[in-house]
Design a protein around this ligand. Sequence first.
Ligand SMILES: Nc1ncnc2c1ncn2[C@@H]1O[C@H](COP(=O)(O)OP(=O)(O)O)[C@@H](O)[C@H]1O
Ligand SMILES: [Mg+2]
Length: 158
Amino acid sequence: MEAVTGLRSGSAAETAAWGRRLGQALRPGDFVALVGELGAGKTCLSRGVAEGAGVPLEDVSSPTFAIIQAYAGRLRLYHADLYRLTDADALYATGYFDLLAGADGAFLVEWAEQVPGAIPADALVIRLRADAEEDAVRWAVLEPRGARGAELARALAG
Ligand SMILES: Nc1ncnc2c1ncn2[C@@H]1O[C@H](COP(=O)(O)OP(=O)(O)O)[C@@H](O)[C@H]1O
Ligand SMILES: [Mg+2]
């Protein structure tokens, strides 16, 4: 699948529904990177992913302060936010790369491009942005890399 440009969401509910479809498709070892400015809808999408993965919604919060959180659902889901990290050493110290290598869960990583090497070769990168004019509209560009990245992109796009 080639990059899908301009997938349009008309509401937070629609973005959450993208997330649920993605969450239902996740398998251990999968990697989803979320990229986008504040308010772009990363957390909205993440909550949908967690719900789709069978994680109780009350367990889901923003991982900004923990860097990585593990949720238990239909499968283990690691939710990370690399916003405050500046280099790979700091990320190594969190155990992130050990978890990635272990592949016993799926990864949902906000600001994953912040740290070089944080995104594995097979991944779905989702770029979110707000519409310049309409408050409730968000745009997603799906950038699938590798076989699972492509399958996850298809699952999200429905
Ligand atoms: N189509 C949409 N998709 C996602 N969020 C939307 C949409 N329209 C409006 N919103 C609102 O935008 C905000 C997105 O916030 P959030 O998901 O926390 O963004 P981020 O985590 O990227 O900073 C929420 O208040 C949400 O209700
Ligand atoms: Mg957020």
